[in-house]
Ligand binder design. Structure first.
Ligand SMILES: Cc1cc2nc3c(=O)[nH]c(=O)nc-3n(C[C@H](O)[C@H](O)[C@H](O)COP(=O)(O)O)c2cc1C
Length: 201
């Protein structure tokens, strides 16, 4: 176990892995964070699929990887020994927010969802999974196709239920070499903190 500062520094989107498998108990510890992830109203709409089956991993990669290969990336999706498909069940939120206490706090109706918290919560879960992987000394990355037909193809391969939306897929594994200038390139583009944080002191 590392300390939090170290884990946070280790949190990077990694797009190259060694093919060495990750021990099952390590994967289990990483994915167990799903029970600790925050969710609006404790709706617990998170649904994840952990893919280590080589056939299924190859099928997922066949959908998502061609673009990266055409753009000079390593075959990072097919090489990652673990892929975690992150899904969210919006219906869990509607079910929870039509329970008596939530209807009362909504002024007699289900809230109008000015922020669709299912998407918000799915991102929060992703961050927890990535930090949990970093805490185990593992690298991780994320892909989420921009086109609905590709998302549908990934959902079908993962066997997600019809009422579960796929938000992203997380790759996990031991890091392999990445372009040496990547960290420097990112550092150059990192916005100054004052662009991102406003203080009302
Ligand atoms: C919601 C979301 C979607 C992303 N989609 C992709 C993606 O489809 N493919 C990819 O290679 N990286 C994707 N990324 C990774 C970002 O490009 C990456 O986080 C950013 O460049 C900063 O790098 P760092 O996370 O290593 O600091 C995504 C990140 C987020 C948060």
């Amino acid at each position: 176990m590392a300390d939090f500062t170290e884990v946070l520094r280790g949190r990077r989107m990694v797009r190259n892995y060694r093919e060495d498998p990750v021990p099952e108990e390590v994967i289990e510890r990483i994915v167990a964070v799903v029970r600790r992830a925050p969710s609006a109203g404790f709706s617990q709409g998170h649904r994840i699929v952990v893919v280590t089956d080589p056939v299924k991993r190859a099928e997922l990669a066949a959908v998502a990887e061609p673009w990266y290969l055409e753009h000079g990336h390593a075959p990072w999706i097919s090489r990652a020994p673990v892929q975690i498909v992150i899904g969210v069940r919006e219906a869990s939120y509607h079910e929870r927010y039509t329970e008596a206490d939530k209807i009362e706090s909504g002024g007699g109706e289900e809230i109008p969802w000015p922020v669709p918290f299912w998407w918000f919560d799915s991102g929060a879960l992703f961050t927890l999974i990535q930090l949990a992987a970093a805490n185990e000394g593992l690298a991780s990355g994320l892909y989420s196709p921009a086109f609905p037909d590709e998302l549908a193809a990934l959902s079908a391969i993962a066997g997600l239920a019809d009422d579960v939306a796929l938000t992203a897929v997380v790759t996990v594994g031991y890091p392999a070499d990445e372009p040496a200038d990547r960290a420097a390139k990112l550092a150059k583009r990192r916005k100054p903190i004052d662009d991102l944080v406003t203080w009302l002191r």
